[in-house]
Design a protein around this ligand. Structure first.
Ligand code: NAP
Ligand code: ZN
Ligand code: ZN
Length: 346
């Protein structure tokens, strides 16, 4: 099926209009007409080949919300007309111990990403959500409550689950002291979730101008990470620090903020490797825990939680023609707090 899209043809080119073919609907597939697609910093990392091994042509986008227009004959979860979401993962082996626990993002044979990789047939390049439609096995498609503002739901499919999952895993609850580092797409969702779990939340930011927004999002305190005195004053204070930084930085600076048994939850993926001295780790028996998006079960749980608590992203809606400018603005740290593409402009 001919599908309109925007794609990068090389790491140096801006994104431009593109066409490709999606497969016909198989028995377990859902065909979704895409209404909105969020713009994640991972899109920029991959379009510009900052992590290496990028595959072109690349249609990015893994924060997808749309309407089901067709279902395969064996599909059980969806019917035409349903509002549905697709996130960062569209397949996995489905057999390994992690897949069987519905933690398919940790599939021992590696999950299949929504774009910038091969599908499991080994020949088709997976293409993402900056496109008119997507065809995916129903296992990796989620129900979305139509009570929520759908354009602001799109970022939940990556920024939402990527912050919800580690905060849950760390057992964040009432009374815990949580620092969220970086107020971008991920960070602002991290603040909202940690606040909703009852924690005392501090935004740790390089941008003094974000203090007011942090308060509006529910953060209780603000720490300017470029102010050494302020950072020293919060030494060994936090139980959990959620690190969403997209650019190169020192882990040590943020590890020093952790109290006894404190955990730094790493979700940010800068192109260069951050550094730390082991001394910053052994003090207070600190640990660093990585986390990748969330599995299918937890993603649906997060979406249902957001529907119940009325949690969505703060977004700026853009036409697809502004995508290259949006990337530049994200790199300049000029997004409040997620760009979402109105796919009807394609
Ligand atoms: P984003 O919207 O661009 O936000 C990144 C934030 O990092 C900025 O708003 C800024 O916050 C802070 N920052 C930027 N440069 C910094 C620096 N040099 N030092 C300290 N802080 C800096 O990006 P995003 O979409 O939230 O993504 C964040 C990272 O998570 C990316 O690397 C992305 O690839 C990764 N990611 C990982 C997963 C996963 O599964 N683990 C999933 C999605 C994304 P302040 O202005 O507040 O300082
Ligand atoms: Zn993402
Ligand atoms: Zn597996």
């Amino acid at each position: 099926m001919i599908t309109k899209a925007y794609a990068a043809l090389t790491a140096k080119d801006p994104l431009a209009p593109f066409q490709f073919e999606r497969r016909e609907v198989r028995p377990n597939d859902v065909q979704v007409e895409i209404m909105y697609c969020g713009v994640c910093h991972s899109d920029i990392h991959q379009v510009r080949d900052e992590w290496g091994e990028s595959i072109y042509p690349m249609v990015p986008g893994h924060e997808i919300v749309g309407r089901v227009i067709k279902t395969g004959k064996d599909v059980k979860k969806f019917k035409a007309g349903d509002i549905a979401g697709v996130g960062v993962m569209i397949d996995s082996c489905r057999k390994c111990k992690n897949c069987r626990q519905q933690m398919e993002q940790y599939c021992v044979e590696d999950m299949t990403g929504t774009y910038n990789g091969m599908e499991r047939d080994g020949v088709t390049i997976a293409q993402g959500g900056y496109s008119s439609q997507i065809v995916t096995d129903e296992r990796y498609v989620y129900h979305i409550s139509s009570r929520l503002d759908l354009k602001a739901v799109a970022p939940l499919l990556c920024a939402g689950i990527t912050t919800y999952s580690p905060l849950r895993y760390a057992g964040v609850t009432k009374g815990m002291k949580v620092g969220v580092v970086g107020l971008g797409g991920l960070g602002h969702m991290g603040v909202k979730f940690a606040v909703s779990f009852g924690a005392e939340v501090t935004l740790i930011s390089t941008s003094p101008s974000k203090q007011k927004d942090a308060e509006r999002l529910g953060a209780h305190k603000f720490l300017l990470s470029t102010d050494e005195k302020q950072m020293k004053g919060s030494d060994s204070y936090f139980d959990v620090v959620l690190n969403t930084i997209s650019a190169n930085h020192d882990y040590e600076k943020y590890l020093n903020l952790l109290d006894l048994n404190g955990k730094m939850l790493v979700v940010g993926l800068p192109a260069e490797d951050p550094r730390t001295r082991p001394f910053a780790l052994i003090k207070n028996r600190r640990s660093i825990t990585g986390s990748m998006i969330g599995g299918t079960k937890e993603t649906q749980e997060m979406l249902d939680y957001c529907a119940e608590k009325n949690i969505v992203a703060d977004i700026e809606l853009i036409p697809i023609g502004q995508i290259n400018e949006a990337y530049e603005r994200m790199i300049r740290n000029d997004v409040r707090y997620r760009f979402v593409i109105d796919m009807s402009t394609l």
